[in-house]
Design a protein. Structure first.
Length: 324
């Protein structure tokens, strides 16, 4: 076990304990966690900063508001219901259309108004929230994903995770839903994580249940060398989240809407570490470089330029993590 840990460290791989002690706890003051643990708070912060987010249609905060849910939803043929304090995609229901008095879910199955009401009541009770605390239900715009993902996604909406350290994007991946993940962009449930070259915005190979893959298991289409649209904008938006929350180490999740472009979906103060497998590179060399240069990386433009210059797939710094 000790030799394995040493080998991983020699390759620049950031482990869970090191992430928690050296980055999450050290750079993320506990009192700032509510800014990202509550999606409604995050959404309002982003809007105030001029960052684009999916439009909010309504919020259900107490049980008696459930009686008015049908009226709230009446103007919308499609929408998303999500718990404000949920994690891992749990509790999210995506409605893609209606047929008479029924709602069509992303899976193709139908549900009734009673089913929607019951689900929202479960959200309010804290069934999907962090720690099981009482929660709020958000009703918001359903993202229509960019056509670039059409052949490499199963049913759901792909999202882009960018790790940002002291305001500098250091690593990125796109999470692609699969049949196994039930259309959710969640790696633990079976979605694919495809690394992204920070310099170019092109996809690298991917990870699927800890297996390196180059094709989507359901569509059999290549997931490599795909140009992510609006890449420069995505980098700038993720870097801006440093000022937005004050968190030194965070994951920024964004989506690409075919009509509205990049939208910030949510932020995470404890981003997972599989992104290293997706990129076949360790985070530690990149984090150390940012720490050493942080005093010179004050302006947003400088932080993004530093990332694209030093953390591209072909850069010497990134290759050192792979080659050891």
């Amino acid at each position: 076990m000790f030799s394995l840990r040493k080998a991983l460290a020699n390759h620049g791989v950031l482990g869970l304990n090191h992430r928690n002690a050296g980055y999450t706890l050290w750079h993320n003051p506990r009192h700032l966690f509510p800014l990202v643990d509550d999606k409604l708070t995050t959404k309002r912060l982003a809007e105030e900063a001029g960052l684009a987010v999916p439009m909010l249609y309504g919020v259900v905060e107490i049980e008696r508001q459930v009686r008015g849910l049908a009226a709230l939803l009446k103007p919308y043929d499609d929408f998303v219901i999500k718990p404000a304090q949920g994690s891992g995609g749990d509790g999210i229901v995506v409605i893609t259309g209606r047929r008479t008095h029924r709602y069509r879910k992303a899976s193709g199955q139908f549900t009734t108004q009673a089913g929607i009401d019951h689900h929202v009541s479960n959200i309010l009770s804290g069934l999907y929230s962090l720690g099981g605390h009482p929660d709020k239900a958000l009703i918001e715009y359903r993202v229509k994903f960019d056509p670039v993902f059409e052949k490499i996604s199963f049913q759901g909406i792909p999202d882009i995770r960018i790790i940002v350290f002291l305001g500098v994007p250091v690593m990125a991946m796109v999470r692609l839903p699969t049949r196994m993940s039930d259309g959710k962009a969640n790696l633990h449930q079976g979605a694919i994580g495809a690394g992204i070259d920070l310099a170019t915005g092109r996809t690298l190979s991917g990870v699927w249940k800890n297996e390196i893959v180059k094709e989507h298991p359901d569509t059999e289409q290549s997931i490599t060398n795909i140009q992510i649209p609006h890449w420069e904008t995505l980098l700038h938006q993720s870097a801006q989240c440093y000022e937005l929350t004050g968190l030194g180490y965070q994951g920024v999740d964004l989506v690409l809407d075919k009509n509205q472009g990049p939208l910030i979906l949510e932020l995470n103060a404890r981003p997972g570490l599989n992104i290293q497998i997706a990129n076949q590179a360790g985070l530690l060399p990149r984090l150390h470089m940012v720490e050493q240069e942080s005093k010179n990386l004050v302006k947003l433009e400088d932080r993004v330029a530093f990332a694209t210059q030093h953390f591209g797939a072909s850069s010497k710094e990134s290759q050192s993590a792979v080659d050891g």
